[in-house]
Write a protein that binds this ligand. Structure first.
Ligand SMILES: [Zn+2]
Ligand SMILES: [Zn+2]
Length: 343
């Protein structure tokens, strides 16, 4: 059968195979602007759908008996800390309609057992989840706890002050003083908003203040009521340790800090890691509420009531043993007032 010939005007006829380029050297890809060359208008960036701009958060446990929470979007999300049993984390996500497949990573704030106890079980149950923590936190976990060395297989190292991206979330870890091996809070930016979490910290230092004062949604520790701690049954060395800068924040310190940084863009305050023995939710809430009201703010209870909607800021204490309800944070609907101009 005759071969097919390709014919071009003015050129000789060549069999098809000879017409092919014979030079097999790798060629560098040509960088060119295809839109300019073809005179195609550059497609405009599509506005995200309203549901793609929602940010989800719930706590799965908060306090010395176990800490964990979820932060995510429609695309996926992360867990911060895994001090709560893996099956409780799994069932809490399921009851909020979130498939474990949507969890891309688990972040750790530090190496204390109420934050890391179940992390390996969780990783082994869901092998697609990566562990994000600093190398020092990982070393601390392996030294302090009887956790399999295989946890290293899941580890992606992170570095304080160096942002990284998981799902839709841009995450920056920042230094906090505490007596773990390496301690940090997380600032998470999504869409036009910042979610910031700082648990287990004895004081708020400059870098933590930088991130926390830019939060729209802030999870901050209110660990103890000083009088309860001093009159309580803890041994003296432990009472002293808790009060240092490498210990925990008390209600008064947290209230004073919040009073300093509160601004119209701060929408939700979640008080976390309340001590079971040295604090009550009532005491922690009262201290913070009083401080904010002294500034003339109307403080809501984060229950979405009509009264809450008229409030300047929502305040709640996270439950110690149970999960919180799911919070759905919507776009603020305005540019973050003047923030662009700062720093
Ligand atoms: Zn803790
Ligand atoms: Zn701790």
């Amino acid at each position: 059968m005759a071969r097919r010939k390709i014919t071009f005007e003015g050129q000789m006829k060549l069999p098809f195979e000879e017409w092919e380029v014979l030079d097999t050297r790798p060629t560098k890809p040509v960088r060119r602007n295809v839109y300019a060359a073809a005179e195609i208008p550059v497609p405009e960036k599509k506005e995200p759908l309203p549901e793609d701009r929602l940010l989800y958060y719930f706590s799965i446990g908060s306090g010395s008996s176990g800490n964990s929470c979820y932060v995510g979007t429609r695309k996926g999300g992360i867990l911060i800390d895994a001090g709560v049993k893996a099956d409780i984390i799994e069932s809490t996500l399921a009851s909020n309609g979130i498939d474990m497949k949507k969890v891309v990573g688990v972040l750790l704030t530090h190496d204390h057992s109420d934050h890391v106890r179940y992390v390996y079980t969780l990783l082994r149950n869901h092998r697609h989840i990566r562990l994000y923590c600093t190398n020092r936190v990982l070393t601390g976990i392996l030294r302090r706890h009887s956790i399999s060395k295989r946890i290293k297989d899941y580890h992606s190292p992170i570095f304080k002050e160096i942002p990284f991206k998981l799902a839709d979330l841009e995450i920056t870890a920042f230094e906090v003083p505490h007596d773990g091996v390496d301690n940090m809070g997380f600032s998470i930016t999504f869409d036009d908003r910042n979610f910031v979490l700082a648990t287990d910290l004895g004081a708020v230092k400059e870098r933590a203040r930088h991130y926390m004062s830019r939060a729209n949604y802030l999870v901050i520790e209110a660990n103890y009521d000083l009088r309860m701690l001093l009159n309580g049954s803890y041994p003296e060395y432990l009472k002293a340790r808790i009060q240092t800068e490498a210990g925990h924040m008390d209600n008064v310190a947290t209230a004073a800090f919040l009073k300093e940084i509160v601004n119209p863009d701060l929408k939700n305050i979640f008080l976390c890691h309340l001590s079971k023995d040295n604090n009550t939710p009532q005491k922690a809430l009262k201290a913070v509420r009083d401080a904010l009201e002294e500034k003339g703010l109307k403080v809501g209870n984060a229950e979405d009531t009509l009264e809450d909607r008229k409030s300047d800021v929502q305040l709640m204490a996270l439950p110690r043993f149970e999960s919180s309800r799911l919070f759905v944070f919507r776009p603020l609907g305005k540019s973050l007032s003047q923030k662009e101009g700062e720093e």
